[in-house]
Design a protein. Structure first.
Length: 193
């Protein structure tokens, strides 16, 4: 009878020790998995933001660079395939006649991006037509577009219609006329960055 008790106690203790070891391994694996998934999630957040901009004088480029630094997003420049000789004259003609010039942009796809910031100067109270060409070049369905602009006198408001017209299946976030550098960080904070 005493042997049965000893065997029972031995089996019970062995089972208890095995259970503790299994739980500890499971906890370590769970912590490692959570840590790895957080890193992947953080990497995806960084990779999922694109900042695409057109800049004629360099002002919009400066804003785009600040947004990229603060969001960790990928920065790409939108360029007119044939550079403007007289942006005032040619830009106005494109806007007045709905001419969408050819562009170059170092981007094959926007599939990897969830949020796309689109920046431009305001010309004649509108976005330059290179932005229309950019919006027509990709499928923005299910993406979030965040417009921003620079302007000496106008706000972004009148230019926003192109986003709903050319990317109707995208979510359009609140845009910013980024003439004051101090406005950028609070705006990004409101957007969740």
């Amino acid at each position: 009878m005493k042997n049965w008790k000893k065997i029972f106690v031995f089996i019970s203790m062995a089972t208890f020790v095995f259970s503790l070891t299994a739980c500890a391994d499971s906890t370590e694996n769970t912590e490692e998995n959570v840590s790895e998934s957080e890193n992947v999630s953080n990497d995806n957040e960084t990779q999922s933001t694109l900042i695409a901009y057109f800049s004629y004088t360099g002002n919009t480029e400066e804003v785009a660079q600040q947004i990229a630094e603060q969001t960790g997003g990928t920065l790409v420049e939108i360029e007119r395939a044939t550079p403007y000789e007289d942006a005032s004259e040619e830009g106005e003609e494109e806007i007045n006649n709905n001419i969408h010039p050819e562009i170059t942009v170092d981007l094959d796809s926007i599939d990897d991006y969830d949020t796309i910031f689109v920046g431009y100067p305001i010309w004649f109270d509108e976005a330059p037509m290179v932005i229309d060409t950019f919006l027509e070049s990709f499928d923005f369905s299910g993406k979030t577009i965040v417009p921003f602009c620079t302007s000496a006198s106008d706000t972004i408001d009148n230019s926003l219609h192109i986003f709903s017209e050319l990317a109707p299946d995208a979510v359009i976030a609140d845009g910013l006329t980024a003439n004051d550098e101090a406005d950028i960080e609070p705006w990004l904070n409101e957007l969740g960055y």
